[in-house]
Unconditional design. Structure first.
Length: 107
């Protein structure tokens, strides 16, 4: 049984034993996309590799920038809480001094 294979089910799976693909007569000769060449592939692959090697550095830089910003915001929040605490303490001391002065004047 010698049936011709199709693209989906070739007679053999070995590429060198398969018949080469030919264009049909109904298809214009220049309509197909050009064959992929590997001339520029090596250079682009090396460039992509270099860029991919720099990605972790950029991520680390962005991460450290974000951590620094968070630390600055945390320090500012701590300073604000301390300032409010000192302000309340100063108000209590001021009220105590006013009361003491009022008591001294009343006697």
């Amino acid at each position: 049984m010698s049936t011709a294979g199709t693209i989906d089910r070739p007679v053999t799976h070995e590429p060198h034993k398969q018949a080469p693909m030919t264009s049909s007569a109904s298809e214009p000769s220049g309509s197909a996309t050009p064959a992929v060449t590997t001339i520029g592939a090596t250079a682009s692959r090396q460039n992509r590799t270099r860029e991919m090697q720099l990605i972790p550095e950029a991520l680390a830089r962005a991460h450290m920038h974000e951590r620094r910003r968070e630390a600055d915001a945390e320090r500012q929040a701590v300073r604000l809480v301390a300032a409010r605490r000192m302000q309340r303490r100063a108000e209590r001391v001021s009220m105590r001094a006013r009361r003491a002065l009022a008591m001294a004047v009343m006697q």
